[in-house]
Design a protein around this ligand. Sequence first.
Ligand code: SF4
Length: 410
Amino acid sequence: MPERCPSGALSAGFPSLPPSLPPCRQPKSAAPAPERISSAARVPRDHASPYCQSVPRVITRVIRIGPLSLGGGLPPLVQTMTDTDTRDAEATLLQIGRCAEKGADIVRVAVPDAASAAALERVAGGSPVPVVADVHFDWRLAVLSLKAGAAGVRVNPGNIGGGAELMKVAEECSRTGACLRVGVNLGSLDRDAEARLGRGPEAMCASAEGACALLDREGFKNFKVSLKASGVGDTVRAARLFSRISDVPQHLGVTEAGPMVAGIAKSAVALGALLSEGIGDTIRVSLTAPPEAEAEAGVEILRALGLRKGGVEIVSCPTCARCRIDLPSLIEEVKRRLADVKDPLKVAVMGCVVNGPGEAKDADLGVAGGRKRGRIFVKGRFVSELPFAELAPALEELARGFLKEKAGAT
Ligand code: SF4
């Protein structure tokens, strides 16, 4: 039996919706939304190295944030959010820089007051990536942030007043060329949608659709939506429902996902499910952890799905009693030394010779640990055996030579 997506009219602040959304087209057990997922021929490929495409993507409308395009089947972008005091522009800029080094494409900053909005002039002006202002309750802070140079602003229509306030923000976005995110959260839904549909994914979807209908009707197109809940099931269902009824790009995330391990697990399950169906144009892994870790986790989720390539991919073993070297510190040292590498490079760092040489065959470079020593391989070919302290420097030298040779050959 086909699944149905109920929805309906929204609050006084937003235009009314039809009493029910169109039926979802796929059976519960089938692959999602086939007619919205592009054929391979329609998928833009390698639009901006080092990104890549390997999963068919749902084609949403293309929007812009700063110099970046997103939507339209382009590979998803990674977002994170600073945890510094935004008024401290220098500390915020330093953290943004570290997040960008970890692979963040867009960084959001909280703007709880006018002083934070004013600081965006320095923060947005000095940032290597587009800066988005995160605003709650007071739409005027969003306008101030945009005037100060924010490339985008995220507001929740459910807590800034209603349609009139949303349009004031959209008008300023139009004036400055900025991007708007309609951030719907299960915790602060449109009141009428919640009253009619209950507190769940259907009401999240209806809340987002009401805001989108208003923006579209008023001629503002440069916006995306997010439908966030703290549960994986609600997050996935809301994003799927919205994807079936709208071509507006989606930002994905499980809100308040939790501390490092639990948060990454939740986010990987929810984002992985949606991204593998082609849904999602930007992502954030929300963690009770430094934003640099969020950025790194987001990049790794995309990398695992083949939606981002480039940089150093480390393949390493979990270690066991056979390991006679400090493998974690070797991995960290290799990552640190090769942090600037943008071209794809696969490095296998293995604890012993049981799987080391085998993994090294599939990697560009490999090391297999021995007793306080290690054997180094290039494309599976043994090149040298060195003491532990010399392994990381040797790997770096070989990596740079390997990449230079590869660049010369292309
Ligand atoms: S590669 Fe060696 S050290 Fe690592 S888990 Fe396998 S057997 Fe253990």
